[in-house]
Design a protein around this ligand. Structure first.
Ligand code: F6R
Length: 241
């Protein structure tokens, strides 16, 4: 795992944006795997700036997202589809039909996972997958457990994740308890994985990855040691606390 230590959140975001900008310039029809949450917002701002100021062209780019809450419609401002449109897609020249966020409308969850797995199979290996990390080591919504899913599945969020994510909702009871999430095999099907982490709250998790010398499904991010091309971009707070 290659590690890049940045002085702060802005530098972390810029570094990640540089890698993605280079990728899209070199291969205009790149397939990008994207994440939501507070971590990649700065990266998306940098990509929007690249598009607006330097004409970075997303017209042939395809994207697939890691996960989505179960039961929130696209109009709900806490849904990940809403987040992606609001923070990136609506501000660049990407075609709507080339952007994919898993759907989970509660009526037939199994069908939702099958559809997304088919989409991932059809779209093929991603050029880059962006990941954030949960304080408990989750990647996408693969929560610590004795077994982890290989493919897109419906997952139960842990109490800890519900608590952490409640900061985005009016009250904790509003946080969905289930999500649809890519599995580990899906996450690994990327030529390069960029793992982003910033802030003190991520220090313990980053320390486990860098100094833990283990892989353990009860700390899902540790499995990233098994991927041949992971770039960890952290700010000093996440690195040193
Ligand atoms: C989001 C996702 C999650 C987040 C993680 C960190 O699509 O898959 O794994 O990356 O929960 O969230 P933030 O960035 O809000 O700390």
């Amino acid at each position: 795992m290659k590690t890049i230590i940045c002085k702060d959140y802005d530098e972390m975001s810029k570094k990640a944006a540089e890698i993605i900008t280079k990728q899209v310039k070199e291969k205009p029809d790149s397939v990008l795997g994207l994440a939501t949450g507070s971590t990649p917002i700065g990266l998306y701002k940098c990509l929007i700036k690249e598009h607006k100021e330097n004409g970075l062209d997303f017209s042939k780019v395809k994207t697939v997202n890691l996960d989505e809450y179960v039961g929130l419609g696209e109009k709900d401002d806490q849904s990940y589809i809403y987040f992606m449109r609001d923070n990136l897609f609506n501000h660049i020249n990407i075609k709507k039909e080339n952007t994919h966020v898993p759907e989970s409308n509660k009526e037939d969850l199994k069908l939702d996972t099958e559809k997304y797995n088919k989409l991932l199979d059809d779209i093929g290996t991603r050029d880059i997958q962006v990941l954030g990390i949960g304080v408990n080591g989750h990647i996408a919504f693969n929560e610590p457990d004795d077994k982890l899913n290989l493919r897109t599945s419906i997952v139960d969020l842990t109490e800890e994740t519900i608590e952490v994510n409640s900061r985005f909702f009016e009250k904790k009871e509003d946080v969905p308890t289930k999500a649809i999430s890519m599995g580990l095999e899906d996450i690994f099907d990327a030529k390069c994985i960029i793992l982003l982490a910033n802030g003190k709250s991520k220090k313990e998790a980053i320390d486990k990855i860098l100094n833990g010398k283990f892989v353990d499904t009860n700390f899902p991010a540790s499995l990233l040691h098994l991927h041949p091309n992971v770039v960890l971009i952290v700010d000093e707070e996440a690195y040193n606390g």
